[in-house]
Design a protein around this ligand. Structure first.
Ligand code: NDP
Length: 293
């Protein structure tokens, strides 16, 4: 049997980052202006630390400014909201990202909704969620935006495709479904209460798995030739070593799918590249220039 084409997210992300860096350099030459992202980290969650460092590095590599704000784990909500207010008013800050999860004493929604919608590069503000639902220009969460870029790269026009998204989180599943609908797919949004998930998945020309359960999607859930996007990042112990795996049984799925993303090296790198893209879009909005989304 033929093996599925590997969708190389690292390569796609590095191309996108290079294009962004070139545009940032041009902006610097033409206007002497630099796009800036403020990243706010409350507490010292080790996974969050890793993400924040990676985001800062990617920003600097693209020639953008990264303003990192680290607050202690016992920070009061008013303190964090006051910082958001200052960042909303700061002309050097075009995008604001509050690293989640936040400690229990802080109301996460209150913080997200306090971010100016024009600086909401995570796309979590209700205004951006609503704009996406209405098919208007909006900041789109980075992970689903990256998934769509990969799908467009592999398939071109998505019109009429059967798309199944597993997982209905606000961060991945729901916006992914909206984006696919916007591309004229016939979209099914599956979740933990879906009946006969394998049968639902077998309809999919495009299958996006965003669940958080290692290798849940078996090879016989996949329609032959389907394009499979594996968003899951799960750390598992196998043969005494710890490694990352996705939500799809990759080794078996490769013999059935037409194209598939590996984990790691698929969706993950695109997420950070899309954060850079969203920050550049925010910069363009701040200069009242149209930002293509
Ligand atoms: P959430 O935990 O917020 O959502 C998981 C979703 O999966 C829920 O909608 C849940 O359904 C559904 N689900 C759980 N169990 C099942 C099941 N047995 N059958 C069908 N559906 C099920 O996760 P996220 O969306 O935040 O993340 C999903 C995965 O993607 C995680 O592994 C995460 O680490 C990864 N991720 C990767 C990123 C990247 O850059 N590559 C970025 C963000 C996340 P219900 O709503 O009914 O409970």
């Amino acid at each position: 049997a033929r093996e599925a084409r590997l969708i190389d997210g690292r390569q796609a992300a590095s191309r996108l980052r290079a294009a962004i860096a070139a545009e940032v350099a041009q902006l610097g030459r033409d206007h002497g202006a630099v796009p800036g992202l403020a990243v706010v980290l409350v507490g010292a969650d080790p996974a969050s630390e890793v993400y924040v460092r990676a985001k800062g590095r990617a920003m600097r590599e693209a020639g953008m400014e990264s303003h990192e704000h680290r607050l202690p784990a016992d920070t009061a909500q008013e303190t964090l909201l006051a910082l958001i207010d200052r960042l909303n008013a700061d002309d050097r800050v075009h995008g604001i990202l509050v690293q989640l999860p936040l400690p229990a004493q802080i109301d996460t929604q209150a913080v997200i909704q306090a971010i100016s919608p024009d600086k909401d590069v995570d796309g979590f503000h209700v205004l951006n969620v609503g704009r996406l639902a209405l098919g208007q220009q909006a900041f789109v969460p980075c992970t689903p935006r990256g998934c769509l870029m990969l799908l467009r790269q592999v398939l071109g026009d998505l019109t009429g495709k059967e798309a199944v998204v597993i997982g209905r989180s606000d961060i991945v599943g729901k916006p992914m479904a909206q984006l696919l609908l916007g591309q004229n797919c016939t979209v099914t949004l599956a979740h933990s209460r879906t009946r006969d998930l394998p049968a639902v998945c077998r309809r999919a020309d495009i299958l996006v798995a965003a669940v958080g359960r290692p290798e849940m999607v078996r090879a016989d859930w996949i329609k032959p030739g389907a394009t499979v996007i594996d968003v899951g990042i799960n750390r598992i112990e196998r043969d005494g070593t710890s490694r990352l795996t996705g939500d799809v049984d990759f080794a078996a799925a490769r013999g059935i799918a037409g194209a598939i993303t590996p984990v790691p090296g698929g969706v993950g790198p695109m997420t950070i590249a899309c954060l850079l893209q969203n920050t550049l879009d925010a910069f363009r909005i701040s200069r009242r220039r149209a930002a293509p989304c």
